[in-house]
Design a protein around this ligand. Structure first.
Ligand SMILES: Cc1cc2nc3c(=O)[nH]c(=O)nc-3n(C[C@H](O)[C@H](O)[C@H](O)COP(=O)(O)OP(=O)(O)OC[C@H]3O[C@@H](n4cnc5c(N)ncnc54)[C@H](O)[C@@H]3O)c2cc1C
Length: 503
């Protein structure tokens, strides 16, 4: 086995989390090595393909909705006695709370308070940010780096290279190397041909993403229907969950909702790379292959979700997309009529390079889709009869709901009565999985005992933060914030551990 030494900090993964950690550690004076499964030209996982929208109202402040939304989706059935204690400083938390699977208030507060400084830090590498309108045309806008996630990766990697950070491409981290005290001392890796090596270091930062690229883990945690949840972008195939498994294997506590994921509705025929979402799905009706509606296309419960319009729409899209894999064949169809041509921003709300199926009648459309005509005709007739009329407003949840349907539509319900009728096939894409590792506000990985694992950090997708509904436009940001924190703390800890080892 080849042993590679001489580094203080070992970083796994070249996405936003790993690159932020590598640069921050190098800035703190650490000798850093980055292990990356992909070849150099494909490095960067999901980050490479994202527009990297960030839920911020300026370069210095997160949007007002961020903290309330994250807190609202901080876990599943949370024990109120533990939540009472979670309001105190973490130093006073009992072990069970430190290791609990939930998004703790200190971590959420750190994300919000460090976001501005992190944007300023990213800007110092030449990245420029703009405030942009929301991609789905309803709600507040976002902050976004010019050039998207790829610009972040390129800028950070160039800085890391200039600082002498070593990169081992085509190398997959498989297992953690432990020292005799149960701390982490490096990573066992494999090259393309299966050759093994051990990369040693005083601290390891895991930034290797979720498990959306691993069909075995997807089936284990999300069930048999996971075969219908393909990664949203090519970078997702590189994220195969080893970082999560290797940490769990040495006693890390799990966090994040293992059986869930951030979903987008896509046209499965589309060959667009990157942003593929069919945001406009909320304006039509969605039927399964038997011609029946199965979901409120504009659902969610706005009364229970008092936040902004963005939140209610996000929630609808997520729930809608997640319901599709559970239909026959894991597929559904979006049905629109000629009125859809007048929707604003049409080119950005139907992100596909494939034309819709078009027919002058619903029966003709059914024939093109190879679904039975009479159930589809009945579905459309029932839906049309349930549309009560009123003012349609595509730019906000307009309350234009159906009346009397078992499966209602809560907003934007207009009869489908204007030929040409159109249909797009719709599938769910898995942007990233929610299950990961319990980390604290310093991005340290926490053991099931509640103590940090000495020398082990995690940031980005594999740090479990999300439950129920994803708080949109926070994943790149949290990767940068906690990757940067992890890198700086890992540099400090690695030096201290080296000094102890030298004595
Ligand atoms: C098309 C698209 C649009 C998105 N839009 C947004 C958005 O607007 N805003 C937002 O906040 N989020 C968005 N997301 C989500 C966001 O991009 C990701 O969650 C985030 O970038 C993940 O960063 P990461 O560093 O954790 O992982 P990644 O960027 O996936 O990086 C992980 C890296 O680790 C490497 N790796 C994996 N396993 C190993 C291993 N065992 N050994 C070595 N290397 C390994 C991978 O090759 C990869 O380079 C989007 C995602 C996609 C795909």
């Amino acid at each position: 086995v080849t042993r590679i030494g001489g580094h203080d900090v070992v970083v796994v993964g070249c996405g936003i989390a790993g690159m932020s950690a590598a640069v921050a550690a190098a800035q703190s004076g650490a000798r850093v090595v980055v292990i990356e499964r992909a070849p150099r030209e494909e490095r960067g996982g999901n980050t490479r393909y994202t527009s990297a929208f960030m839920l911020m109202k300026s370069e210095s402040e997160v949007s007002d909705t961020m903290v309330p939304r994250l807190l609202e989706c901080a876990g599943g059935a949370l024990d109120p006695t533990l939540m009472d204690l979670a309001g105190r400083p973490s130093a006073e938390w009992p072990a069970v709370l430190r290791a609990l699977s939930f998004a703790d208030p200190e971590t959420i507060a750190t994300l919000a308070s460090e976001a501005g400084a992190t944007i300023a830090w990213l800007s110092s590498f030449g990245v420029r940010f703009d405030l942009v309108p929301p991609p789905h045309q309803v709600g507040a806008g976002y902050l976004a780096p010019r050039g998207g996630g790829l610009a972040l990766i390129d800028a950070l990697a160039a800085d890391a290279e200039a600082r002498g950070v070593d990169f081992l491409y085509d190398t997959t981290a498989m297992r953690l190397l432990e020292d005799e005290h149960g701390g982490v001392a490096g990573v066992h890796c494999r090259g393309r041909a299966g050759e093994s090596c051990v990369v040693e270091g005083g601290a390891v930062v895991l930034g290797s993403g979720g498990f959306q690229g691993n069909p075995e883990m997807l089936t284990r945690y999300l069930g048999a229907r996971a075969i219908f949840m393909r990664p949203y972008a090519p970078g997702g195939y590189y994220d195969r969950g080893e970082g999560i498994e290797m940490a769990l294997a040495i006693g890390a506590a799990p966090a994040g909702e293992y059986a869930s994921y951030h979903a987008q509705a896509v046209d499965p025929r589309s060959r667009l790379v990157g942003e593929n979402a069919m945001y406009g799905i909320t304006y039509g009706i969605v039927v399964d292959q038997t011609g029946r509606r199965f979901v409120d296309e504009a659902g969610g419960n706005p009364d229970l979700l008092p936040q902004s319009a963005t939140r209610t729409v996000r929630v609808r899209l997520e729930a809608l997309a997640r319901s599709i894999p559970h239909q026959p064949g894991g597929l559904a169809y979006l049905i629109l009529d000629a009125k859809a041509a007048a929707l604003p921003n049409r080119g950005h709300i139907f992100n596909t390079d494939q034309p819709p199926f078009e027919a002058g009648t619903i029966a003709g459309l059914a024939a093109l889709l190879a679904i039975p005509a009479s159930p589809l005709e009945r579905t459309v007739a029932d839906f049309n009869a349930a549309c009560v009329g009123g003012a349609f407003d595509p730019l906000r949840p307009d309350g234009l709901a159906t009346a009397g349907l078992d499966v209602p539509k809560s907003h934007w319900a207009r009869p489908l009565d204007a030929p040409l009728y159109q249909a797009y096939p719709i599938a769910a894409a898995n942007v990233f999985t929610f299950g990961g590792l319990r980390t604290d506000r310093l991005a340290r990985v926490i053991r099931t005992s509640g103590e940090p694992i000495a020398g082990l950090y995690a940031a980005g997708e594999l740090a479990g933060l999300y439950y129920k509904d994803y708080t949109g436009a926070t994943s790149v940001l949290r990767g940068a914030v906690f990757g940067r924190i992890a890198g700086a703390d890992a540099a400090k800890v690695a030096r201290a551990r080296d000094a102890v080892a030298a004595r």
